[in-house]
Design a binder for this molecule. Structure first.
Ligand SMILES: [Zn+2]
Length: 357
């Protein structure tokens, strides 16, 4: 969505005038990423890029708390280059090069912290063609330069015309560029139907149903290919949202199941989440800086989880006012996970495999 500024103003003011949390979008001028702290001239065109479902516009608001004080810097915190992103929780402007470096450093730290990868691992990346899996593919390729492990991409075609076709084509191109073998599996071949066909039959909870079928294919194929881990593109927002949803739905025992690596039961290949400490906005920006294209048709037409959607919007607003909120929720979640796990009997934690896989 392109907007022309009605007067000279800071980009954060332009966003908040529209009722859009800075956390939900990133901005570009002349196809270059710009921090929200920057100012625009009257009439200058700004592209607002949503990286997820388009949120409803909340009522206009004045920039509050942190954003009120955040000042633009013409230079990156580490060099003289023009910044492409502002990190509110660190009060730091970064150029493309230094942002990518920081991003990769943080993913590496997460991988080390949770012992996600070891030399000689055989990893399958769940590559949907979306921004998260694309960013994951790039960072893991980088990490592989210093930690040798095998890696293939696993792409699943749920059969959603107009939505998945393009993403699969993107995924194929990325793998070619990076020299990574890609395996594509379709719902049609593996389950004898497509998600659109299931949708037409009026199946409820289509998203979770689709997720279960997708995980099942990933697991079966990973096993067939002799992989010992599957990497998925979950980011900090996913973790914080899940934590809040567990509270809202009164499912505290779910805290214990969210371990790292994610092992649902012995039949599942462990899943690792190297992006779990990184805000979705930064994942989206990192993918953008590596050439990932965003368009309005980016979202699954069947996406229906209304509650998660509200939680996402609230967390984005909170993060705007109190930078670091998502990270703090995720940390609390980790602490609770350990406490719950230690105090609840194992048998209560096991998922019903026939239902969930
Ligand atoms: Zn720099």
């Amino acid at each position: 969505m392109k907007i022309a500024a009605s007067s000279e103003m800071r980009l954060i003011e332009l966003l908040h005038d529209l009722g859009i949390p800075a956390e939900a979008v990133f901005l570009s001028i002349d196809e270059k990423l710009v921090p929200e702290t920057a100012s625009v001239q009257k009439g200058q065109e700004v592209e607002i890029i949503y990286y997820k479902h388009v949120p409803p516009l909340s009522s206009p608001q004045e920039p509050r708390g942190h954003w009120k004080r955040a000042e633009y810097s013409k230079e990156c915190a580490h060099c003289k280059s023009t910044p492409v992103i502002y990190l509110p929780y660190a009060n730091q402007h970064l150029c493309s090069k230094h942002f990518k470096e920081l991003f990769e450093k943080r993913v590496k730290r997460t991988v080390r912290e949770y012992h996600m990868l070891n030399k000689g691992d055989n990893v399958g990346i769940a590559l949907s063609g979306g921004k998260d899996s694309y960013a994951l593919l790039h960072t893991l390729s980088k990490i592989r330069e210093s930690l040798p492990f095998e890696m293939v991409a696993l792409t699943i075609d749920e059969g959603i015309p107009g939505y998945r076709d393009k993403a699969i084509e993107n995924a194929r191109k990325r793998c070619e560029e990076l020299g990574i073998t890609q395996h594509v599996y379709t719902f049609k071949e593996e389950h004898g139907t497509t998600i659109s066909e299931i949708g037409k039959k009026g199946k409820e909870n289509l998203c979770s149903y689709c997720g279960v079928l997708r995980r099942k294919i990933l697991n079966t194929k990973a096993r067939e290919l002799g992989l010992n881990k599957v990497a998925i593109g979950h980011n900090l927002d996913d973790v914080a949202q899940t934590a809040m949803l567990n509270l809202i739905r009164n499912e505290p025992l779910r805290f214990a199941r969210f371990n790292e690596p994610l092992i649902e039961n012995e039949k599942f290949i462990p899943r690792i989440r190297p992006l779990r400490n990184i805000r979705e906005k930064e994942v989206a920006a990192y993918a953008f800086l590596h050439g990932h294209q965003y368009n309005s048709g980016c979202c699954c037409p069947h996406a229906t989880s209304a509650l998660r959607w509200s939680v996402r919007h609230e967390l984005n607003s909170l993060e705007d006012q109190y930078p670091g909120t998502k990270s703090k929720i995720a940390s609390s979640f980790n602490t609770l996970q350990k406490i719950v796990k230690d105090s609840v009997k194992e048998k209560n934690l096991k998922l019903n495999s026939s239902k969930e896989c």
